[in-house]
Design a protein around this ligand. Structure first.
Ligand code: ADP
Ligand code: MG
Length: 297
């Protein structure tokens, strides 16, 4: 007698024990039931997951809300499960208008589902490539939005590790939100031995030589993203070099991302200051945001 139904938190612990891996479980308040989520059409897919437009029926609500639901592939193995749980727990730390909002995580059935804000404009890379005549003023606003979002990540001690135009989403009123926290960590710095999953063209020289990721390597990736904005994603960064030559170029050149084409030209100084080889002279996101705000005026 008196034995209460186990709290959801204990259930999650039990679940992670039986599946034999340690899950950095998101906050209990963010645990959702699969039955409350109705998947609709696919919005995009990656290597281990697929993102759907979906409806979410909150407990006690009379109407379902539109959301985006990222579903892990059905036969995911331990590393993918762990990465996916990590993605949810990092998103749960963030709350900013330029970061995709996290709504919750459904971990009690497979495939696991992560529920987030629906950003209907799709990814920034596709938008830049397919929209002719984007004015320079709009490009600077995109750069400003991304720097604000990244400054928030830095303030919450989150390293993104995969910042690029393909991982930013665009709203109907043309504001940008940072997304895809699949590689992100809640640390000041991490060192990895293997760069296999890393986006080589966006990597800083110290990442290529020592495997380091921190706020300053995110700032470097931001500089590369600004070049993507300036050329409207007409080609990959450092095109036409192939992947093998790219790493050598980033390590050897004084200003590997300096470009002669691309607009507006005012952003070229941001690229230089972000893709600065001396780490101590490289800007942090607070300084980046200030500099871009000045250009936007
Ligand atoms: P992956 O880790 O597989 O790269 P992403 O998180 O980048 O997955 O999502 C893949 C694609 O799904 C994106 O490029 C985008 O088109 C779509 N997508 C992701 N999240 C959302 C969202 N919140 N709203 C709308 N579309 C999204
Ligand atoms: Mg992605």
């Amino acid at each position: 007698t008196g034995k209460r139904f186990p709290h959801i938190w204990q259930l999650l612990d039990a679940w992670s024990l039986c599946t034999n891996y340690i899950v950095p479980v998101p906050r209990p308040s963010t645990v959702l039931m699969h039955s409350a989520i109705t998947l609709e059409n696919a919005l995009g897919r990656g290597s281990f997951g697929e993102v759907f437009k979906a409806k979410y029926m909150a407990k006690g609500a009379t109407e379902a809300i539109e959301v985006a639901a990222k579903r892990l592939i059905g036969d995911a193995k331990r590393p993918q499960l762990q990465d996916f749980c990590n993605e949810a727990s990092v998103m749960a730390l963030l709350d900013h208008r330029n970061v995709v909002a996290f709504y919750g995580f459904a971990p009690l059935q497979t495939p696991l589902i992560l529920v987030m804000e629906l950003v209907p404009g799709g990814d920034l890379k596709k938008y830049l490539k397919n929209t002719p005549g984007i004015p320079n003023k709009q490009i600077v606003l995109f750069a400003l939005d991304i720097s604000s979002g990244m400054n928030h990540l830095a303030s919450r001690k989150v390293i993104h590790r995969d910042l690029a135009a393909r991982n930013c989403l665009i709203t109907k009123d043309l504001r940008v939100k940072i997304s895809d926290f699949g590689l992100s960590v809640n640390e000041t710095e991490v060192t990895v031995k293997n760069l296999r999953k890393a986006p080589i063209r966006w990597l800083a020289p110290e990442t290529l030589t020592k495997g380091i990721f921190n706020q300053k390597t995110d700032v470097w990736a931001y500089g590369v993203l600004v070049t993507e904005l300036m050329i409207r994603c007409a080609h990959d960064p450092l095109h036409p070099r192939d992947l093998k030559n790219v790493a050598k170029w980033i390590k050897d050149s004084d200003h590997p991302h300096r470009i002669e084409d691309g607009e507006p030209r005012e952003l070229a100084e941001i690229v230089d200051a972000c893709c600065e080889k001396s780490i101590s002279s490289r800007l942090d996101f607070q300084a980046v945001k200030k500099r871009v705000a000045k250009i936007h005026q």
